[in-house]
Design a protein around this ligand. Structure first.
Ligand SMILES: *[C@@H]1O[C@H](CO)[C@@H](O)[C@H](O)[C@H]1NC(C)=O
Ligand SMILES: *[C@@H]1O[C@H](CO)[C@@H](O)[C@H](O)[C@H]1NC(C)=O
Ligand SMILES: *[C@@H]1O[C@H](CO)[C@@H](O)[C@H](O)[C@H]1NC(C)=O
Ligand SMILES: *[C@@H]1O[C@H](CO)[C@@H](O)[C@H](O)[C@H]1NC(C)=O
Length: 433
């Protein structure tokens, strides 16, 4: 209950002072509980998230094998060290923030991670996952999210001395897992030990981290930009934030229908004829929270002076339908002059379709991002757009409301309006079809 209360407080105190009466408080508690169960209990279970224990005090001591590894890599370390201090002040640190999973954050993250100058880390918060299920953590979610903020603070300064749990988590990955979760570490292990799998020591992680021009962390576990402001304003970090959003309507198409969560097919068969949404209050509540965080983050990003030039707004749909445009914009946000060839190649491989013969293996992002329009029940799409916070989010971010069912199904009628001018103020020109 502590956990739920903590999470509820977080949701309720987000943004402007919330106005709520007892009924909406009870409703809120129910929504937050269901959301919590979905995200914290069902989510990890569905996705097979790995559970790692909190680090024991003894594990913080260096092992002799680590000392040995340090000796062999000391020559490289010296060379790197000369440039390290200089680098640290020039290094660009970026958090790719998405409020929830399945918003295309893996796609955009991979696009950046393919750049060999980028020390890309995929969801390092997964290593803290056990904490989310640990009933003994006083304060629950609220405490954990602050632990995560301090974890990110160390990470962005390439200080792995307290991130033992994360190092062990990375070391447990097989070659494929490591190349997905930390491609630069995986490449270095390949080079040094002829194996994509290796013990990721503090020395190795710090060395590769410090030698990188850019540090990019992709995370869906830090939904609130407010908690990042200390890092944005810290002159040693100067964190930049990419705020990635996706239309809330496909969020339900992928989350709810794909996982079969909250969606009762037998109920659907008998009740669909009522022309009413079958999405449960819990699902709609979860989407309301998703939209609320996005609206709040967007407004903060537009208005907070310290986020000026440090905040970029990106719609997944724009990145998916034109990844080479997105690659260019993201690299210019990073401060890179050019999009490297490795990224351009990745873009080609992920967008070329039918003719090239890789139709079935490549993701064809520019076609798939809107496939949901053929499958989502019209009533559900309408109900989502009618949620107060979601109407606000969609209007603010240029997602069109539906005129009729034909609008939803007819692919030549776009659901994307231009991004409102306010969102483009930070040297972030829009791209249109
Ligand atoms: C990683 O470390 C463990 C424990 O220290 C050791 O048993 C194992 O052999 C090491 N593996 C590699 C690839 O170095
Ligand atoms: C689905 O709905 C039917 C009919 O309302 C009900 O009998 C059944 O228990 C429901 N199943 C679940 C898993 O909620
Ligand atoms: C549901 O809506 C469609 C068109 O919007 C209409 O043709 C149909 O009669 C409605 N069904 C019910 C049961 O109201
Ligand atoms: C789809 O929309 C386009 C543009 O509005 C229109 O010309 C076309 O007739 C529509 N197709 C169908 C099948 O309704």
């Amino acid at each position: 209950m502590m956990m739920m209360k903590g999470y509820l407080n977080l949701i309720l105190t987000m943004g402007r002072a919330p106005v709520y009466n007892q009924r909406s408080l009870v409703f809120g508690i129910i929504l937050a509980s269901v959301f919590w169960v979905a995200v914290v209990v069902v989510g990890p279970w569905l996705k097979g998230w790995e559970v790692t224990p909190w680090p024991a005090a003894s594990s913080l001591c260096k092992t002799s094998s680590q000392a040995a590894r340090r000796a062999t890599s000391s020559r490289t370390t010296e060379v790197v060290a000369a440039n390290t201090e200089q680098r640290a002040t020039e290094q660009v640190r970026v958090l790719l923030l998405a409020v929830q999973g399945r918003t295309g954050s893996s796609f955009v993250g991979e696009l950046l991670g393919t750049n060999e100058d980028v020390f890309y880390l995929f969801e390092p918060g997964l290593s803290l996952q056990a904490g989310f299920q640990d009933n003994h953590t006083p304060g629950g979610f609220e405490v954990l999210i602050n632990i995560y903020a301090s974890f990110l603070n160390d990470l962005f300064r390439c200080d792995f001395s307290t991130l033992d749990m994360y190092l062990r988590y990375l070391s447990k990955q097989d070659a494929q897992g490591l190349s997905h979760k930390a491609p630069r570490l995986s490449a270095e292990c390949d080079r040094r030990y002829a194996s994509g799998r290796c013990n990721v020591t503090q020395d190795l992680a710090e060395e590769i981290c410090r030698a990188s021009k850019y540090i990019v962390v992709k995370s869906v576990r830090m939904p609130d930009i407010n908690l990042l402001l200390p890092m944005v304003e810290d002159s040693r970090i100067k964190l930049k934030v990419i705020h990635l959003v996706r239309d809330p309507r496909p969020m339900v198409a992928s989350n709810v229908y794909a996982f079969g969560l909250w969606f009762n097919e037998s109920y659907a068969r008998t009740h669909r004829s009522r022309n009413d949404t079958l999405l449960s209050g819990a699902t709609l509540g979860m989407l309301g929270i998703y939209c609320r965080y996005n609206v709040y983050n967007f407004e903060l990003g537009m208005r907070k002076p310290s986020l000026r030039d440090r905040y970029a707004f990106l719609r997944y749909e724009d990145a998916a339908r034109n990844p080479s445009w997105a690659a260019g914009r993201l690299h210019s946000f990073l401060g890179a002059d050019l999009v490297p060839e490795s990224v351009s190649k990745w873009v080609v491989a992920n967008t070329k379709s039918r003719q090239s013969g890789i139709y079935s293996t490549a993701r064809r992002s520019n076609e798939e991002y809107r496939a949901w329009r053929q499958t989502i029940p019209y009533e559900d799409a309408k109900a989502i757009a009618e949620l107060g916070k979601c109407t606000q989010m969609m209007t603010l971010m240029g997602y069109r409301l539906l005129e009729d069912e034909g609008h939803l199904r007819n692919m030549s009628r776009s659901l994307l309006a231009d991004i409102p001018a306010a969102a483009t103020q930070h040297d972030w020109p829009q791209w249109s079809e």
